[in-house]
Design a binder for this molecule. Structure first.
Ligand SMILES: NC(=O)c1ccc[n+]([C@@H]2O[C@H](COP(=O)([O-])OP(=O)(O)OC[C@H]3O[C@@H](n4cnc5c(N)ncnc54)[C@H](OP(=O)(O)O)[C@@H]3O)[C@@H](O)[C@H]2O)c1
Length: 329
């Protein structure tokens, strides 16, 4: 890589590498290979979740690197998430301990509540395959249990994912330890300008998921927007002519322009790839800077709420009192 990694600084002084590796749908034998390749390239920020079913494989790869002395724990920034079936105060410690066990770590850098909507596991052995909504999700008591994990040293910072501004505000107001980061969908077609301004005012950093627009095949549940297929938002960010024109000008790929745009908005990005060339490419975004004019052209690609892809993909979610996606931001 040419150019230097940039960081977001949390209110508590901890620093998150602004470019990380997404690992949803990285499964099986791929996981250790991808983590090996990514660490070799220089990735230090890795995003996972109990829901992704890959923490144990990630843990094996990390242990190998840590034991070899090629990397120090303090150089890594590991993020994982409380599953939706753990959205009750009494479940938090158990789930984080399980993640730490699987990741073979003493602590994670950031622990996120994956989604504001809570569920119950129908069968605790099927890893969340069958679940029913828990209509009594209480964010304030849940957050107290998240704070207790910082006190216990199991995580350095805590944060939220998929919460809307009203939900973030409620936690922020009641918090003894503030949320350090909010992980949400954010890409050139869904730029979340209001949410970004809102979070900036609270000193809550943002991490963009599906930063390339998630162009690949997805499991059926993840694409279901609960609207009919013809109304699905476009996922052609990577072939958009404006992005191509800008990419040509800088001698970069479209993916690099999309990632650089997010970084210059002051937002972290966690592109996923299992392909060695694309892993390299996505990391090589620190040796150029988009001009203000090019930033303006990319800003104009925003489709607002119509560009949102993820609306809740679990049956029963949209009827939950804490369903987050019906509000504008
Ligand atoms: N908090 C949440 O609720 C939530 C929800 C969704 C996602 N996430 C996080 O966000 C991460 C990223 O999301 P995502 O994987 O859906 O979307 P994404 O990173 O926008 O896109 C990944 C897709 O793009 C392809 N790709 C990667 N780099 C490329 C490049 N340089 N050029 C062309 N294609 C490229 C990948 O294929 P190859 O692998 O073949 O390269 C893959 O199909 C996830 O892995 C997860 O960690 C969080």
């Amino acid at each position: 890589m040419t150019g230097k990694m940039e960081y977001l600084t949390f209110f508590n002084g901890h620093k998150m590498p602004i470019l990380g590796l997404g690992t949803a749908q990285t499964l099986g034998d791929d996981v250790e290979k991808v983590i090996d390749a990514a660490l070799e390239i220089g990735y230090r920020h890795i995003d996972t979740a109990q829901r992704y079913n890959n923490e144990a494989q990630i843990g094996r790869a990390l242990k190998k690197w840590l034991d070899s002395g090629k990397i120090k724990r303090e150089d890594l920034f590991i993020v994982t998430k409380l599953p939706l079936t753990g959205n009750r105060a009494e479940c938090v410690e158990k789930h984080l301990k399980q993640s730490l066990h699987d990741l073979q770590l003493d602590y994670v850098d950031l622990y996120l509540v994956h989604n504001p909507v809570g569920f119950y596991d129908v069968d605790p052995k099927d890893n969340g395959k069958k679940m029913v909504p828990d209509m009594n999700t209480d964010h304030v008591s849940l957050w107290k249990a998240m704070e207790a994990q910082v006190d216990a040293g199991r995580t350095q910072s805590i944060g939220l994912s998929n919460f809307n501004s009203r939900q973030v505000k409620r936690i922020w107001q009641s918090a003894r330890i503030k949320p350090a980061n909010l992980q949400v969908e954010l890409h050139v077609y869904f730029q979340q300008s209001q949410l970004r301004a809102f979070c900036r005012a609270l000193d809550v950093t943002i991490c963009a998921y599906i930063p390339l627009g998630s162009p690949g095949a997805r499991p059926p549940g993840l694409t279901a927007n609960t609207v009919n297929a013809s109304k699905q938002p476009k996922r052609d960010q990577l072939t958009n002519p404006v992005v191509s024109q800008i990419a040509q000008k800088y001698g970069k790929t479209n993916a690099q322009v999309l990632l650089r745009y997010i970084i210059q908005l002051g937002v972290a990005a966690i592109p996923k790839s299992t392909n060695p060339d694309r892993l390299h490419q996505n990391f090589d975004v620190f040796d150029f800077e988009l001009s203000p004019e090019d930033m303006d052209m990319l800003e104009r690609l925003d489709k607002g709420p119509a560009g949102r892809q993820v609306r809740g993909y679990i049956p029963g979610m949209e009827n939950h009192p804490e369903y987050p996606y019906s509000e504008r931001y």
